[in-house]
Ligand binder design. Structure first.
Ligand code: 4NP
Length: 162
């Protein structure tokens, strides 16, 4: 945690246009609802650099909006070496991202990295990649992300006395 008491969370997927922007949007929404917007800094990034600068996928935007969550203003960026320093928790959307992040992280920072669903207390490990899927796949991603985010926020509140 920083001196200002702000907890910094980074959600990571492949392109930073589907899963991690959804997690960023949902988590920001939940934090605001809980009155914790100024206690949590929330961001997302991709392990790939193919979609840098793009807005979230329009299917992700549409499904999130249907659930009252805005992904407005988000722009894809790649995971940067300094992210391992900057963030208190880095959450991987699937096992591939976890492996990639653990390989890139400096020795002292590997402990900050976790699988998002596992960190939330779920049995499922991966948020499946919806990129080649249908709207139903995006709906499934949203449901997984929302359920896990509620649980993860509870865990963070407990761990940090928020
Ligand atoms: P995301 O989905 O990792 O959830 O943003 C993907 C977006 C793009 C690609 C793969 C996954 N891609 O291969 O371009």
């Amino acid at each position: 945690m920083t001196s200002a008491g702000v907890i910094k969370l980074l959600f990571v997927c492949t392109g930073n246009i589907c899963r991690s922007p959804t997690a960023e949007g949902v988590f920001r929404h939940l934090a605001a609802e809980a009155g914790l917007a100024d206690k949590l800094e929330i961001d997302s990034a991709g392990t790939d650099s193919h979609h840098i600068g793009e807005a979230p996928d329009r299917r992700a935007i549409k499904i999130a909006a249907r659930h009252g969550v805005s992904l407005q203003g988000q722009k894809a960026r790649a995971l940067r070496p300094e992210d391992f320093n900057t963030f208190d928790y880095l959450y991987a959307m699937d096992g591939g991202h976890l492996f990639d992040m653990q390989s890139r992280a400096p020795a002292g920072h590997k402990g900050k990295i976790a699988l998002f669903l596992a960190a939330a207390g779920q049995e499922a490990q991966d948020v499946p990649d919806p990129w080649y899927g249908t709207e139903a796949d995006f709906e499934n991603v949203f449901g997984l992300v929302q359920g896990a985010s509620v649980q993860l926020l509870d865990r963070l509140r407990e761990a940090h006395g928020l």
